[in-house]
Write a protein that binds this ligand. Structure first.
Ligand code: DP6
Length: 359
């Protein structure tokens, strides 16, 4: 591995990484805590809701593993998460101990809107680290396999250790994380792209995130996953997710939009059911969450359009729709759904973009 001497110009690498929205949900970890999923999940990347991170690598001359800034400003509240991440990946990336990382990051969407900012953030950070690793291996082409993984798998692998859902942010096609017979090459260690083309009726969907609540999450996802340990319905849920993963992959390949919608909405409601039936229990929907869901159902029944909703572990609603009907959908959002959004806030994104190198 190449060593930087103190006279060499520092290495600077930057990546923009999308957030993602799960269609079949990751909710629960194996063995009650390690960063491996209890069931496989699948998501679409949200290319217009992303994190941009630049890392500058300096020879370590102070006893400081990293310096973090958020859009150029110090942000001490983010430091413990990054410190813990770097400690967890230390055995995978022993080179880290020779350097100090100057990390600057920012999201293009507001923090605390319930968008998976940790997915985009850990994704962008891990892409930078995997790229730096290639440069230190003297291979700028990103072709060198590390630990039997190509560059994208390695980035996905590292980001998984930071936040499980982040590992699905590396791909343009639907990303699958967790072993499943539904798609070749699937793994618990990193995400892979679906192993076939997605049918045109499901390959160009978009997402409008309707912000019902922009406050702090009432339960962190780490605490949320832990609620599945000793949960009375956990095994049944993991079985359902396995089955839904197989079903959704088949509907994406065959273009069975009806079955796709049924699985996506059922998954969102199962996720919330698990929260409602754990100890302690949580109701994360707000009255406006339900109002939006009912409006979407009513509109779908009247119009027959390809639209549906999904939820994260919070009150906001992801309204998913076929990109071909964008004008009709946006009229519906502005005329009917806007009244339920906190301060009229919503965010729009395409699905299916992969990360970009920026520096
Ligand atoms: C509800 O990836 O945030 O969004 O691995 O503990 O960081 P950690 O959890 P996280 O969990 C995301 C859960 C979810 C569903 C999903 O994205 O699959």
């Amino acid at each position: 591995m190449r060593q930087m001497d103190n006279n060499v110009t520092s290495i600077r690498v930057g990546y923009q990484c999308p957030s993602n929205i799960a269609l079949v949900k990751y909710w629960g970890k194996k063995n009650g805590g390690v960063q491996l999923p209890a069931n496989p999940s699948i998501s679409w990347s949200l290319g217009d809701l992303y994190a941009s991170t630049v890392i500058e690598l300096l020879p370590r001359n102070l006893d400081q593993a990293f310096v973090f800034t958020l859009a150029g400003e110090p942000k001490p509240s983010f430091e413990p998460k990054i410190a813990s991440f770097l400690t967890k990946i230390a055995s995978d990336c022993p080179w880290l101990s020779d350097y100090t990382l100057l990390i600057d990051s920012q999201n293009n969407f507001p923090h605390g809107t319930g968008i998976a900012s940790s997915a985009a953030g850990f994704g962008a950070l891990s892409l930078c680290l995997a790229h730096i690793e290639q440069l230190l291996l003297d291979d700028a082409s990103l072709q060198t396999e590390v630990g039997g993984m190509n560059f994208w798998q390695r980035s996905s692998y590292l980001s998984r250790i930071g936040s499980g859902s982040a590992c699905r942010s590396m791909f343009a096609k639907p990303a699958i994380w967790g072993e499943t017979p539904a798609s070749n090459g699937s793994s618990d260690l990193f995400a892979v792209e679906i192993d076939a083309d997605v049918h045109p009726s499901l390959s160009d969907w978009k997402d409008v995130v309707l912000i019902v609540d922009d406050g702090e999450k009432s339960v962190s996802s780490t605490a949320g996953h832990a609620l599945l340990t000793n949960h009375p319905y956990a095994e049944a849920r993991f079985g359902q997710a396995q089955k839904n993963l197989v079903g959704i992959v088949s509907s994406m390949k065959n273009g069975d939009v009806k079955s796709f919608i049924e699985i996506v909405e059922s998954e969102a409601l199962q996720l919330h059911s698990m929260m409602m039936t754990s100890i302690p229990y949580y109701v994360l929907m707000r009255p406006n969450t339900l109002a939006i869901i009912e409006e979407i159902w009513r509109f779908r029944e009247q119009s027959g359009l390809s639209i549906c909703f999904t939820l994260d572990a919070g009150a906001n609603v992801h309204f998913l729709y076929d990109g071909n009907i964008e004008e009709t959908v946006m009229n519906f959002v502005n005329n009917t759904l806007l009244q339920y959004c906190k301060n009229g806030q919503y965010l729009c994104s395409d699905t299916g973009k992969r990360p970009n190198q920026t520096v």
